[in-house]
Design a protein around this ligand. Structure first.
Ligand code: SF4
Length: 288
């Protein structure tokens, strides 16, 4: 049992909606120390009612392996265990080095692989590479999605000052793939990058998910505008990099470097294999 944090009755939360194709979300922490300026979670009731600034807390949930196995067993009997980790935190918080909450969950899943239908791990932390050997044992039932919105460290610092560096994330992706773990890079939201970024992505990842401020915010850009996202851009960047259709245009650029069936746009990039559809006009809401 992890030593800190509160003890929830359940770790798995039934899901649907944006995360259709999954049965449950799994959030090993409450809060998120990365505190990205653009994080949509900070506007949700779970964060607003807390009364503390988003980014100032990340508490590991306490659990026992036996109880989690029982929970997985019940979920499996109810219909399936396709799990999205995580929807309202990053499972690889800085504190994860010490508390190993996410690692304990993975070890539990590794001990009962028949109870895990699919696990999607969404993170921006290179710490995920620490667990490469565990993740590799899930083979084709796992996909690790590493957020990398840009290849430019200055841009990364400006938009997500507390997030891990570009270089550290690239190394983590390489380490995961060296262990045979399927890895996607999530360019979401897409930020200003160098002309070499598409080539880097094509070389690095099994697949790439792309989203922008106008579809990805779920409100046709209204939420992004309300946050004042445009002010985070340099004047010379704004016109080129902050506009509707940018994800689609970047996907076209990327398609010159890698097969289209490995490129996913908007929501499709976060759905499980077998449910999601690769980038083309049918999966592009801006063509609807
Ligand atoms: S890492 Fe994810 S959950 Fe954490 S603040 Fe950033 S966007 Fe939000």
């Amino acid at each position: 049992m992890t030593k800190t944090g509160n003890a929830p009755r359940r770790l798995l939360t039934p899901t649907g909606g944006y995360l259709r194709g999954y049965d449950y979300t799994l959030n090993p922490f409450i809060g998120c120390a990365y505190g990205c300026k653009y994080c949509y979670v900070q506007a949700l009731p779970v964060a607003r009612f807390r009364g503390e600034p988003w980014g100032s807390y990340a508490e590991p949930k306490r659990f026992s392996a036996e109880a989690f196995v029982r929970e997985l067993g019940r979920a499996k009997l109810r219909g399936g265990t396709r799990i999205f980790m995580s929807s309202s935190t990053d499972p690889y918080q800085p504190a994860e080095w010490r508390v190993q909450a996410t690692r304990s969950l993975l070890l539990t899943m590794q001990s009962a692989p028949e109870l895990v239908d699919f696990l999607f791990v969404q993170t921006r932390s290179p710490l995920v590479a620490r667990d490469a050997e565990i993740l590799a044992t899930l083979r084709d039932r796992v996909l690790v999605s590493v957020t990398l919105e840009t290849d430019q460290e200055e841009v990364r610092r400006r938009f997500t000052p507390r997030a891990p560096t570009v270089r550290a994330r690239i190394r983590a992706v390489e380490a995961l793939r060296a262990h045979g773990v399927p890895v996607q890079i999530a360019v979401a939201p897409i930020l200003p990058s160098s002309p070499d970024f598409p080539q880097l992505l094509a070389t690095l990842a099994d697949s790439v998910a792309i989203d922008d401020w106008f579809i990805g915010d779920g409100a046709h850009g209204r939420r992004s505008r309300a946050m004042g996202v445009d002010k985070w851009y340099l004047p010379e960047e704004r016109e080129v990099w902050y506009r509707p259709g940018q994800a689609r245009d970047f996907a076209e650029l990327l398609a010159e470097q890698m097969p289209r069936d490995r490129i996913f746009l908007h929501q499709q990039g976060f759905l499980p294999p077998g449910v999601r559809q690769p980038f083309d006009e049918r999966t592009d809401p801006e063509h609807a």
